[in-house]
Structures are given as structure tokens and as C-alpha cells.
Design a binder for this molecule. Structure first.
Ligand SMILES: CC(C)(COP(=O)(O)OP(=O)(O)OC[C@H]1O[C@@H](n2cnc3c(N)ncnc32)[C@H](O)[C@@H]1OP(=O)(O)O)[C@@H](O)C(=O)NCCC(=O)NCCS
Length: 411
């Protein structure tokens, strides 16, 4: 955007975010931006004073701001931050190949990795939209992705978020790729029951890593640096549900001789990273939510489904790395969910959430409220056409698997 005529110039500068000078302005833009479609109710994020928080746990990340610089004829310069974007890069599984061995054993599936970039937290102030600023931010961050060797870039958005979908698919060359479901459940004032058919064991990060690498490394989007996820202080633990009476003797023994049924899940504490708030609810709706909460707190034995305080900033836990085996696997996963709900209650969270592939049987097994849950749209772009197709070919054209591994660092 340039208005030139010797009198006044206005340019949009895209530059790296500077925490010393930009924090307040960025927070102002963030708090003025709804996330997703602007319906009766809108979701807003509060980044708790750290605008980089949503990417800082990734191995490589960058945050850019868009600043309008105005120079008038008296050589007086004014600057205003009006938009921002975050991006991160990591290595993930994009497919599977089979080991070639000369023994009689069947070939083992092995992960095929790619360097993947992720765009998140793109925001443009409502007063500066449709001026090409969002597009400039995307173009510049993609340049950084390419400079750092990323082969693909993806974004997650709401299918109903027309500005975002048309920006990425219409102007930036992204294609619709996957439609995972975000399953959200309120944290009740009462505890959920966990069946006594299972024992739930908290694993050490190294046992968790062995199980995840051994059983899930061929799952799409599995991060090669899973160890840094599991050792991060936001990871509250990895939990294994096994039949009651099973004796745990380390991951080596477990992997060589697992019980018939088992399930695994990890819990990530998003509450210490950012908060969410639902705005736009009527007084009646807020009143009903408050009443349900009071009743649930006073009469927990009635097990009333109650709505927590989601109309003021609330935190949540993300449940990730759900998986397992056996005919009772989804039931065990549901037990893990109940356990995680009760943990989130201790942490005073508003909701617990998990994200699963559209094909995943867990979609039916994990309790959630339809009114709070939604379908995510992941769009993917191949950043360069000169990469070799390797053994998986073009990832964008591959069929979805039964599961995806959702990295909690990117929520
Ligand atoms: C999505 C968002 C970042 C777009 O920013 P922007 O600066 O207005 O986008 P641009 O001006 O660069 O638009 C580029 C193209 O995107 C598409 N687009 C942008 N806004 C649109 C809208 N409201 N309706 C339809 N298409 C739209 C158009 O194709 C547009 O090109 P055009 O203006 O030549 O038609 C902005 O609307 C926003 O901050 N929304 C709230 C936060 C959000 O939803 N972020 C995305 C999460 S992934």
C-alpha cells in the first residue's frame, strides 16, 4: 500500500517481532481479533503477556509483525502494528516404507520423514483487513520456511472461516488436506468415574518415548523429536491403561509382551500458555451456565453435566498421543479420558480437548460435547516443486490414515 505524490507515504513493513518494543501493540491486535467465524459466539485468545508462547516450544520458530509506517510532509514518522503471524518448522512422518531384509520375517513398516512448516496465529486488525496485509505476512513467512529447508507448509483453520480459507486456498496455493475433529468436553465440578477394570500407570518420559516410537512413529504427523515434547515442562505426563492386575516391568518388557488390551495418552498443560474466552453470549445463556455450575458443585453426587466459566478467560488441557491395541482399546481410552478429566479438574481447567483424525474410531469413544466441538480444516502446500518425491510421492495426494499424531506444541 503506497500513496506517493511527494506529500505523504504509507508503507507496510513486515519485520521480525521484537518482544522489547512490540508486546503491547501485538496484544492489542490479538484481543481485537476473533478466531474463526464471527457468529453469535466468538472465541478469543489471551496470550498471557507472551505473544510468542504458541510457537516457542517448537524446534525452530519465527514471529513476524506487519507495521504501517506513515511519513508525512513534515518528515514526521508514525508506526502502527496491525498484524502478525507465527510459524514453526519440525520434522514429521509423512508416510511409510517397508524395510528390506533378507530374513524370513515380514518387512517392518518404517516412517518416512519430511520437514514440515506450520503457520498459526495469523491476525490482521479488523480496521486494516482486505488491504493485502494477511497475504504479505504469509508470503514472507513462507520465504523463511523455504530458506530453512521446509518441504511442506500447513495451516489449521475452521472450514467456516471464509477469509482464512479463501486467503490460503485461493491466493496462497494451499489445498484442503485433512479434516480432523476437535473434541471438547467441559470440566465438571464432579469427578468422572474410571472403571475398575483398568490400572492407570504414569510412565517416565523415556518409557513413553519407547512406546510412542515403537508403536506410533509411522502415524502421519508424528514428530521426530517426540522426546522433546515428552520432556517439556508443559507435558503433565503420559498414562497407560492396562488390565487390572497387570504388572508393569518397564517399556522393554511391555513392548515384547503387551497385554491383550491397552491404551496410552499424554496430557499437555495449555493453561500455562494461553487462555480462551467465549464472547457474545446472552445474559440468559450465562445465567444458565452459572446455575448448572452451582448445582453441580453443591450436589456432586447427582453428577449433573455443568458448564464451567467459559465466558471469562479459561485454561484447558490438551490430550494427545491417544493410541492402543486390543478389542477393548476404545473402552480403555475412555477410562484414560475420565482420568484426564479429573486431573484437569484439579488444575481448575475450563475444558479438556483432544483432536483425532476424521477416520479414527476414538471419535465415537471419547466423550465430548457437540456444541463445544468442531471440525478442523488442515490445508497443505508444497513449498518447492524440485524436491524428490521419495518413497511416498506427493504427500498432498496421499490417502488419510486411521489416525494422526497431533502435536500439542501447535495448539
Ligand atoms: C484471515 C485474515 C488474516 C485475512 O487478513 P487480510 O489482511 O484481510 O487478508 P488480505 O487482505 O491479504 O486478503 C487476501 C485475500 O484473502 C481473501 N480474503 C481475505 N478476507 C476475505 C473475506 N473477508 N472474505 C473473502 N475472502 C477474503 C481474498 O481472496 C483476498 O484477496 P482480495 O482482497 O484480492 O480478494 C483476517 O481476516 C483475520 O485476521 N481474521 C481473524 C483471525 C483469523 O481468522 N485468522 C486466520 C486463522 S488461520
Amino acid at each position: 500500500m503506497t500513496e506517493e505524490g511527494g506529500v505523504e507515504t504509507t508503507v507496510v513493513v513486515i519485520r521480525e517481532y521484537d518482544p522489547k518494543t512490540d508486546r503491547e501493540s501485538v496484544e492489542q491486535v490479538e484481543s481485537s481479533c476473533e478466531v474463526g467465524p464471527n457468529g453469535e459466539l466468538s472465541l478469543y485468545t489471551d496470550l498471557l503477556g507472551d505473544p510468542i508462547c504458541r510457537v516457542r516450544n517448537s524446534p525452530l520458530y519465527l514471529m513476524l509483525v506487519a507495521e504501517i509506517v506513515n511519513n508525512n510532509n513534515t518528515n514526521h514518522e508514525t508506526k502502527q502494528i496491525v498484524g502478525m503471524i507465527r510459524g514453526c518448522i519440525k520434522t514429521v512422518t509423512c508416510g511409510t516404507k517397508f524395510s528390506r531384509n533378507k530374513s524370513a520375517d515380514p518387512p517392518k513398516p518404517l516412517p518416512v520423514y519430511t520437514k514440515l512448516a506450520y503457520i498459526l496465529g495469523l491476525r490482521v486488525s479488523p480496521f486494516h483487513r482486505r488491504m493485502g496485509i494477511g497475504l504479505k505476512l504469509v508470503n514472507r513467512i513462507e520465504q523463511w520456511f523455504g530458506d530453512n529447508g521446509a518441504e511442506y507448509s500447513y495451516i489449521a483453520t475452521d472450514d467456516a472461516n471464509e477469509p482464512s480459507v479463501s486467503l490460503f486456498t485461493g491466493k496462497c496455493g494451499y489445498t484442503k488436506f485433512r479434516n480432523p475433529s476437535v473434541l471438547v468436553h467441559p470440566v465438571f465440578a464432579h469427578r468422572l468415574n474410571v472403571s475398575n477394570r483398568v490400572t492407570i500407570i504414569k510412565l517416565t518420559p523415556s518409557d513413553s518415548e519407547s512406546i510412542y516410537r515403537n508403536r506410533f512413529s509411522t502415524t502421519e504427523f508424528f514428530p521426530r523429536d517426540i522426546d522433546s515434547v515428552l520432556n517439556n515442562q508443559l507435558n503433565l505426563g503420559t498414562f497407560l491403561a492396562v488390565p487390572r492386575g497387570y504388572i508393569w516391568d518397564g517399556s522393554g518388557k511391555f513392548l515384547s509382551d503387551p497385554p491383550e488390551n491397552w491404551a496410552i495418552m499424554s496430557v499437555w498443560n495449555c493453561k500455562d500458555v494461553f487462555k480462551l474466552e467465549v464472547k457474545g453470549a446472552s445474559k440468559l445463556r450465562k445465567g444458565l451456565a452459572k446455575t448448572s455450575r452451582i448445582l453441580d458443585r453443591v450436589f456432586p453426587f447427582l453428577r449433573l453435566p455443568s458448564l464451567p466459566k467459559i465466558f471469562s478467560p479459561f485454561g484447558f488441557h490438551m490430550l494427545y498421543g491417544f493410541g492402543g491395541s486390543g478389542p477393548m482399546y476404545t473402552k480403555y481410552a475412555k477410562d484414560l479420558f475420565g482420568f484426564a478429566h479429573n486431573l484437569a479438574k484439579e488444575y481448575k481447567c475450563g475444558v479438556v480437548a483432544t483432536e483425532v483424525s476424521s477416520e479414527d474410531p476414538l471419535k465415537l469413544a471419547i466423550p465430548h460435547w457437540k456444541v463445544l466441538s468442531f471440525t478442523d480444516l488442515w490445508c497443505m502446500k508444497r513449498l518447492g516443486e524440485d524436491y524428490s518425491d521419495g518413497s511416498v510421492g506427493d504427500w498432498r495426494k496421499s490417502q488419510p490414515g486411521l489416525s494422526i499424531f497431533v502435536d500439542p506444541r501447535e495448539i
